[in-house]
Design a protein around this ligand. Structure first.
Ligand SMILES: [Ca+2]
Ligand SMILES: [Ca+2]
Ligand SMILES: [Ca+2]
Ligand SMILES: [Ca+2]
Length: 437
């Protein structure tokens, strides 16, 4: 008898010789197999004649014998479909259970997946994800080394699945999901205060996370009035949102600041945080202080120029005087005397200059100066800049169908040592009976 790994274990009697008595043609040989309780699979043996009586001719010297195993292949299962372990645990042990012992070493390949990343969040102790259960044993284990990070994270999973088996079949529990829980605290959010000049255009407010996280952190934000008024001092934000990406600890939100062009105290508005995701809120209110840059005092206009007529003397029009060097929004007054006491025109500047039309001047020569007044009713000094104009002198008389206008101009700039010169002009226009042009 040859072949097979365990000849003496598989057969209880193995006669080494067979004697055919004289006068007989055949003789049976009985081989008794051992019925064990171990799965071994079928084994092949060969019964062979190794020697014989001299003079006997051998026609068939061997007989193949297959010993069929009456045990079925064992099943392999995980000891549990799930287990939960903290990331602080150090290791997680996965146990594999066989339904019965095998006569051979059973190699169990295991595949790994899940939200936990191998090499980052865990590693397999020993490096191999195959479990070998020796012959005669019914269980084996796989050890996973867990990484205890310092970042907040949601629980991660490690999913283990039986691979292709030889000499065993997969049992009903052919996978195990390990839930690795986090023990690091959820970070909290704090919003800072900020200070900005009202002419800066915008301001960034910093939101800080108490610790870096493995998760993106998001939140909502909105503005609210303090002493600053939305639409006048800043642009309202009703439903802003922002995210601090995983691993980062700060972000900023931006608020548009409006310049009100008037002198005020410093103003405040609030930035409010809400709806945190993957975080809590430690301080939900950031105060933005808008520093006023407009002056309470106002300076005298810097120059006066004649807009209409473009030169003087010219024609019979109401003079328009441009007052420059004023503040946007300021009230500007025009006076017809050197001490700024007799007002002849006023208006509100929509820039750094304003054109004022005086319709109250009768014919004559005037020295015009200006003052500026801000929102706080602070009135500037009378300007040193001045303009001298001659209001057009007009006389006219009517004919029945024809009117002749005699226009005499006096213009101080054309006077010499105070002696006025006179220019004459005649305009002839058609007029109706009533004297209308
Ligand atoms: Ca067996
Ligand atoms: Ca940790
Ligand atoms: Ca963690
Ligand atoms: Ca202001």
């Amino acid at each position: 008898m040859t072949a097979g790994a365990s000849l003496s274990q598989d057969f209880s009697n193995l006669p080494s010789t067979l004697t055919i008595p004289a006068g007989q043609l055949s003789k049976s040989l009985t081989i008794t197999s051992v019925d064990n309780n171990t799965y071994e699979g079928n084994r092949n043996y060969t019964l062979a004649l190794t020697s014989k009586t001299t003079g006997v001719t051998v026609k068939t010297s061997s007989l193949p014998i297959t010993l069929q195993d009456n045990e079925t292949a064992p099943t392999v299962s995980f000891s549990a479909a799930t287990q939960t372990v903290s990331e602080t645990a150090g290791t997680a042990t996965v146990t594999l259970q066989m339904s019965s012992a095998s006569a051979r070493t059973t190699v169990i390949p295991i595949t790994l997946s899940g939200t936990a990343v191998a090499g980052t969040h865990y590693s397999v102790v020993g490096g191999s994800s195959s479990v070998s259960i020796p012959a005669g044993q019914t269980s084996g284990t796989l050890q996973l080394q867990l990484v205890n990070d310092t970042l907040f994270n949601v629980s991660r999973t490690i999913v283990l699945q039986l691979g292709s088996l030889t000499g065993a079949t997969a049992g009903s529990t052919n996978s195990q999901t390990i839930t690795v829980t986090n023990e690091d605290p959820m970070p909290s959010l704090t919003i800072s205060n900020a200070t900005v000049n009202e002419d800066a255009g915008s301001v960034n407010v910093t939101v800080t996370q108490s610790a870096a996280s493995a998760m993106d952190v998001s939140f909502s934000w909105a503005t609210s009035n303090g002493t600053a008024i939305a639409g006048t001092n800043y642009t309202s934000v009703a439903s802003g949102s922002a995210t601090i990406t995983a691993g980062q600890t700060t972000t900023t939100v931006s608020v548009t600041i409006l310049h009100d062009l008037v002198a005020t105290a410093d103003l405040t508005l609030n930035v409010l945080l809400s709806n945190p995701v993957n975080a809590t809120i430690a301080d939900n209110t950031g105060v933005i202080t808008i520093q006023n840059t407009d002056s309470n005092t106002t300076t005298a206009p810097s120059s006066l120029t004649l807009v209409t007529p473009s030169s003087s003397p010219s024609n019979n029009v109401t003079p328009v005087v441009r007052v420059s060097g004023v503040t946007n929004g300021a009230t500007v007054y025009l006076y017809n005397d050197s001490t700024c006491s007799v007002q002849v025109a006023t208006g509100t500047a929509s820039g750094t200059s304003i054109d004022l039309t005086s319709s109250s001047l009768s014919e004559g020569t005037y020295t015009l100066r200006a003052k500026s007044q801000n929102s706080g009713s602070n009135l500037s000094d009378c300007s040193t800049a001045l303009i001298r104009i001659s209001k057009l002198y007009v006389d006219k008389f009517l004919a029945s169908f024809f009117r002749i206008n005699f226009c005499f101009y006096r213009e101080e700039s054309q006077c010499n040592n105070g002696t006025c010169c006179f220019l004459g002009k005649i305009n002839a226009v058609l007029a109706n009976k009533n004297g209308n042009d």
